[in-house]
Design a protein around this ligand. Structure first.
Ligand code: TEU
Length: 568
C-alpha cells in the first residue's frame, strides 16, 4: 500500500507575528511573544506553524516587502530569537514553515537598489524594466508599458526618474516584481531557501508563487473606464511556472529528509492547474492554497463591493475541488487568513448566533478532504473589528483603494462600507488572550487597537468553557488525527441545491462520516437519512428533540446547527 505523506493528517496554524503577542511592550508582536505562547497551539493540537514574514522589511505591506531575506526585522527580534522559536516549536513536536515572498522584493532590497541605479547595472535585468509606451512621455497617464491594474489599485507600473524607465509591481509600488526569466534570480532565491532549510525550518508557504512566470511579450488587456484591466491572464499560471517550480524542487528540496512541507499560495489557480502543481509524481509543491471560494462574495465592483454568499455556489466550488483533486492532488482548506475578513462576521452571525455559527463553519471546513488552516484567533471565533473611519485603518490595500476610489468620485461612506466588510485589517487586530488591557497582547499601545469585544471573547475564557469555540476547533483537529476517514475518505456532496443546508459524506471502507450543517439563522429540515448514525460533534451543547438523527425525514436543524455523525 502507498503510505500517505505525513501532512495529510496535519492541521496548520498561521501566526501573523505583528498581531500575535508583544513581549517587549512596543505595541508590535514579536518572535519572543510567539515562543511564549506556543502552548496555546499545543492545547489546540495543531501540527504545523506557518509564520507570516519576519524578515527585514520597511513594512509597506507588513513584511510582504522584504529588504533582507537572511535577517529578522528588529521589530520582531533577532536571528537568535528565531532560532529559539524554531527549537521551541520542534521541542513540542510541531514543524515551522517560513513565508517565502519571492515574486517581488521591497524597493529597498539591495538587489533593487542596484537594479534601479543604471540601465547597465548587472542586476538591471533582475526586475522588469521597460520604457514608456511609444508616443507617450514617461510618467504621463497612459504611458505605462501595459494597462494592467495592480492588486493594490492603480497601474502595476511605476515610473522611475533615475533611469527614465518603468518597473513592474503587481502589488504596491514598493514591491517590484523579480524577473524569474533571469537564471541568476532563481539561483539567488534557491540559495536563500537552502540557507533557511539548513537552519532547520521545515518548508515554506510560497506567496503568490503562481505569478512568477509572466508572458514576456507583456500584452495589453481589455480595460475599464480608468484605462486599466485585469492582466492576470498574462502572469497567473504563466508559461514557465511549472518549469520554475520543478527546478526549485530539484535544487532546494530533492534529497532532503524530514517532515518537509511546501504550500503554493496561488491566486487565480484553477483545479486543472492545481492537479499539475500538486501531482506528487511531478515534484512541484505538496499542496495549493487557492482562492475560488473567497471570491464568491465579490460583487460587480470587486472585493470591496461584496454581495451575499450564495451557498449553492460555494458547494459547487468546494464540491468540484474535492472531486477533481480526489486522487491526484491536494488542496488547502481555509476561511480566514491575514488577507480575509473574519469568517464568523463574513458568512456567519457575529451577534445572536456567534458561537454556533463560528462552530458550524469550522465543522464544514475541517471535515473536507485537504489540509485545514486555522488563522490566529479563528479558533476563538474572533470577529471583524469596528473601524470608525479610514484613519483607523493601516493596510496598504485598503488605504490605496480608498484614496483612488474617492479621487475618482466615489462616496467615501460607500467606500468605507466595503472596507469595513472586506478590509484586511479585520483579521489583523491583536490576538485576544484575555480580558485585560489590550486583550493581553501588549503592555504598550498596540499598532492596531484590540477589538473591544475582548472582554468576553478571549482565549482565557474559552479554555475554561468546555462548550467554547476553542474546544470545538480542538475536537475537529483531534478527529482529523484519529480518523482515517477524515484524512483519506472519498467525498460526496448531498443536497447541492439547498440554499441553507451544507451536507456531505466522507467514506472509507465501511466507515462513513456525515456532516449536516444549517448555515442560516432560521430552522431548516435537512432531508438526509441518518439511520444508525452516532453523533460525534455538534455546534450545540445540548440536543433538542426533533433535531437529531432519529427523525425519519431527516433532522429539523436549529439555526446554525452543524452536526457530525459517524455511521459504521
Ligand atoms: O496575497 C496574495 C493575494 O493575491 C491576495 O490575498 C491579496 O493580498 C489581496 O487579497 C488582494 O485583494 C499575498 C499575501 O498573503 C498578502 O498579504 C500580500 O499583500 C500579497 O501576497 C503580496 O505579497
Amino acid at each position: 500500500a502507498v503510505v500517505s505523506p505525513w501532512w495529510r493528517s496535519a492541521v496548520v496554524y498561521q501566526v501573523y507575528p505583528r498581531s500575535f503577542a508583544d513581549s517587549d511592550g512596543d505595541g508590535v508582536g514579536d518572535l519572543r511573544g510567539v515562543t511564549a505562547h506556543l502552548d496555546h497551539l499545543v492545547r489546540l493540537g495543531v501540527d504545523v506553524v506557518w509564520l507570516s514574514p519576519v524578515y527585514r522589511s520597511p513594512g509597506a505591506d507588513n513584511g510582504y516587502d522584504i529588504s533582507d531575506y537572511q535577517d529578522v526585522d528588529p521589530t520582531f527580534g533577532t536571528l537568535e530569537d528565531f532560532d529559539e522559536l524554531l527549537a521551541a516549536v520542534h521541542a513540542r513536536g510541531m514543524t515551522l514553515l517560513m513565508d517565502l515572498v519571492v515574486n517581488h522584493t521591497s524597493d529597498e532590497h539591495p538587489w533593487f537598489v542596484e537594479s534601479r541605479s543604471s540601465t547597465d547595472n548587472p542586476k538591471r535585468d533582475w526586475y522588469w524594466w521597460r520604457p514608456a509606451r511609444s508616443g507617450y512621455v514617461g510618467g504621463a497617464p497612459g504611458a505605462e508599458p501595459t494597462n494592467w491594474a495592480s492588486f493594490f489599485s492603480g497601474p502595476s507600473w511605476s515610473w522611475d526618474e533615475v533611469t527614465g524607465e518603468y518597473y513592474l509591481h503587481l502589488f504596491d509600488r514598493k514591491q517590484p516584481d523579480l524577473n524569474w526569466e533571469n537564471p541568476q534570480v532563481r539561483e539567488a532565491v534557491f540559495a536563500m531557501m537552502r540557507w533557511w532549510l539548513d537552519r532547520g525550518v521545515d518548508g515554506f508557504r510560497m506567496d503568490v508563487i503562481n505569478l512568477v512566470s509572466k508572458d514576456t511579450s507583456l500584452p495589453d488587456v481589455v480595460a475599464g473606464p480608468d484605462g486599466l484591466g485585469d492582466g492576470s491572464a498574462h502572469y497567473a499560471n504563466g508559461p514557465r511556472v511549472h518549469e520554475f517550480l520543478a527546478q526549485m524542487h530539484r535544487e532546494v528540496f530533492a534529497g532532503r529528509s524530514g517532515r518537509l512541507l511546501t504550500v503554493g499560495e496561488m491566486p487565480g489557480v484553477t483545479w486543472q492547474e492545481a492537479v499539475l502543481f500538486t501531482d506528487p509524481a511531478r515534484r512541484e509543491v505538496d499542496m495549493v492554497f487557492q482562492f475560488e471560494h473567497v471570491g464568491l462574495d465579490h460583487g460587480p465592483g470587486g472585493k470591496f463591493d461584496p454581495v451575499p454568499l450564495d451557498l449553492r455556489a460555494l458547494k459547487e466550488s468546494f464540491g468540484r475541488w474535492q472531486r477533481e483533486l480526489g486522487s491526484r492532488g491536494w488542496n488547502s482548506l481555509y476561511w480566514d487568513n491575514h488577507d480575509q475578513p473574519r469568517v464568523v462576521s463574513r458568512f456567519g452571525d457575529d451577534g445572536a448566533f456567534w458561537r454556533e455559527s463560528a462552530k458550524a463553519w469550522a465543522s464544514v471546513l475541517h471535515l473536507h478532504r485537504g489540509t485545514p488552516y486555522v488563522y490566529q484567533g479563528e479558533e476563538l471565533g474572533m470577529t471583524n473589528a469596528p473601524f470608525a473611519d479610514i484613519g483607523a485603518m493601516r493596510d496598504v490595500e485598503s488605504l490605496n483603494h480608498y484614496r483612488r476610489a474617492v479621487a475618482q468620485g466615489a462616496d467615501p461612506e460607500v467606500v468605507m462600507r466595503g472596507l469595513r466588510a472586506m478590509g484586511r485589517d479585520n483579521a489583523r487586530t491583536p490576538m485576544q488572550w484575555d480580558a485585560g488591557p489590550h486583550a493581553g497582547f501588549s503592555s504598550g499601545t498596540p499598532w492596531l487597537p484590540a477589538n473591544p469585544n475582548h472582554g468576553w471573547l478571549n482565549a482565557q475564557a474559552q479554555y475554561e468553557d468546555p462548550d467554547s469555540v476553542f474546544h470545538h476547533y480542538r475536537r475537529l483537529v483531534e478527529l482529523r488525527h484519529t480518523m482515517a476517514v477524515v484524512r483519506e475518505g472519498d467525498f460526496t456532496m448531498l443536497l447541492p441545491q439547498d440554499e441553507q443546508v451544507y451536507a456531505f459524506v466522507r467514506a472509507l471502507g465501511r466507515e462513513r462520516v456525515v456532516v449536516v450543517a444549517n448555515l442560516g439563522g432560521s430552522p431548516r429540515r435537512a432531508e438526509v437519512d441518518l439511520t444508525g448514525a452516532r453523533l460525534l460533534l455538534s455546534s450545540y451543547a445540548v440536543a433538542e428533540p426533533g433535531s437529531g438523527p432519529e427523525q425519519p425525514g431527516g433532522p429539523l436543524l436549529r439555526p446554525w446547527q452543524a452536526d457530525v455523525y459517524l455511521v459504521v
